[in-house]
Design a binder for this molecule. Structure first.
Ligand code: SF4
Length: 420
């Protein structure tokens, strides 16, 4: 496994420079800098981070919450595990910057159950940050006298952070319980409140009515780490990387049929051809971009870019070599969704089961062309009518495989007819 953690930008960012710089600014200016950077959520949805922060900042409440979504459950995704393990300080610093920006006083890290082994490491970081902190220099823009005056009085979590009277913020860790759907922010909040992890109706949105009814920002691990980098290095630095509509670098988890699987940092907008060359998979047949909920891209489209405006991804890249059976790929993802659907709404609960049945019929050569077309229409209905992102995205892999691998599937239908 290729995990070049020390080659990530995160290794080169001065610890706590972002927090010092953020606290030198009014809240609105912090959000304006995040907006100027163009940072979008790195969990996959690509929602502008500054918009979330702005809405929560504008909401009135005595209590506000910053939640770090560390429930990394997308199949083929393991980059948040590396970020938490090697760069947990940056994530926690990002939560503290977000807390300053929206006026939050509580933070929660919702940690995937299987990552329990990381809890001790993260608790140690939190404990260190609550103590008086002498390890790092504050931001270089402060003059020497200011640095000397403040070096011995600052804690990075708790009361009056970095000597800022009234900025009180602390973080606790809660463990997830293994449900994939809890990666969806409203299901995550239900789980935090001790309920069954099921998505809520929206509106209201968490930025207005979230954890315990209070304004809550839920950000992905990687998003928070990049927010810290933006504050440390500036919006212009971030914008100078990537594309106009998808600025910045991105961390990818690469697995499957490649010579060098692992965690990589590439600029947004990298083509699949370029990425596959780096990981040793030039002869791939297809790539599943975005995990089980993403889409399958065939070799003929490897010049496409990994960017929100083209092929969006939360970072999961699964490579399929020439010998892979794409119907088996579709079956694998559908089995996952049948298992993980929370069952609240009919399109997702019944739809995934029906799509899986259809794949099984195809495997037995008993699926007619007419029925396969019906299944595609069902998938499109699920995309439109399911309540949350899980059901809306669960047919993506099936639909893209049927569309892009027509020739391969043609011989599997009952009469071997063309899939037009
Ligand atoms: S789409 Fe699926 S996971 Fe989401 S609420 Fe409906 S049944 Fe539950």
């Amino acid at each position: 496994m290729n995990t070049p953690a020390n080659t990530l930008t995160f290794s080169a960012v001065e610890p706590n420079a972002g927090l010092w710089r953020a606290l030198e600014k009014p809240r609105a200016d912090v959000i304006a800098e995040i907006a100027a950077s163009g940072l979008k959520g790195r969990g996959g949805a690509g929602f502008p981070t500054s918009v979330k922060w702005n809405l929560a900042a504008a909401a009135y409440s005595e209590h506000k919450f910053i939640v770090c979504n560390a429930d990394e459950g997308e199949p083929g995704t393991f980059k948040d595990r590396l970020i938490l393990s090697e760069h947990g300080e940056l994530v926690i610093e990002g939560m503290t910057i977000a807390a300053h920006a929206i006026g939050a006083n509580h933070g929660i890290i919702y940690l995937r159950g299987e990552y329990a082994y990381l809890r001790g490491r993260l608790e140690a970081i939190l404990a260190r940050r609550r103590e008086q902190h002498r390890g790092h220099s504050p931001h270089r823009s402060m003059d020497d006298e200011a640095i000397r005056a403040r070096r011995h009085e600052h804690n990075l979590l708790g009361k009056n952070i970095l000597g800022n009277s009234g900025f009180n913020f602390d973080i606790e860790i809660r463990m997830g319980s293994g449900a994939y759907v809890c990666g969806e922010e409203t299901a995550l909040i239900e789980s935090l409140e001790g309920q069954r992890g099921e998505p809520r109706n929206r509106p209201p949105f968490p930025v207005d009515t979230g954890y315990m009814g209070h304004p809550t920002v839920v950000n992905n691990v990687e998003t928070l780490a990049w927010a810290t980098c933006v504050m440390a290095r500036g919006a212009e630095w971030f914008k100078s990387i990537g594309t106009e509509r998808s600025p910045g670098p991105k961390i990818f988890s690469v697995s499957g049929d490649c010579a060098r699987p692992g965690v990589y940092e590439f600029p947004m907008g990298i083509t699949l051809v370029e990425l596959l060359k780096e990981v040793g998979a030039e002869d791939a047949k297809a790539v599943q971009v975005g995990g089980a909920s993403g889409r399958c891209v065939p070799a003929a489209e490897f010049t496409r870019t990994l960017a929100f405006e083209d092929v969006p991804t939360g970072g999961s890249i699964i490579v399929f070599g020439r010998g892979r059976d794409m119907l088996a790929v579709a079956r694998n993802f559908l089995e996952f969704f049948v298992e993980e659907s929370c069952g609240q709404c009919t399109p997702c609960r019944e739809g995934n089961a029906k799509l899986l049945e259809g794949v099984e019929l195809l495997e037995k050569g008993r699926c007619s062309m007419a029925y396969l077309r019906e299944l595609c229409r069902l998938g499109e209905t699920m995309q439109l009518a399911s309540k949350c992102g899980l059901g809306q995205s669960s047919p993506n892999a099936f639909l893209s495989i049927v569309e892009k691998f027509k020739d391969e599937l043609m011989g599997r239908t009952a009469h071997g007819a063309a899939l037009s």
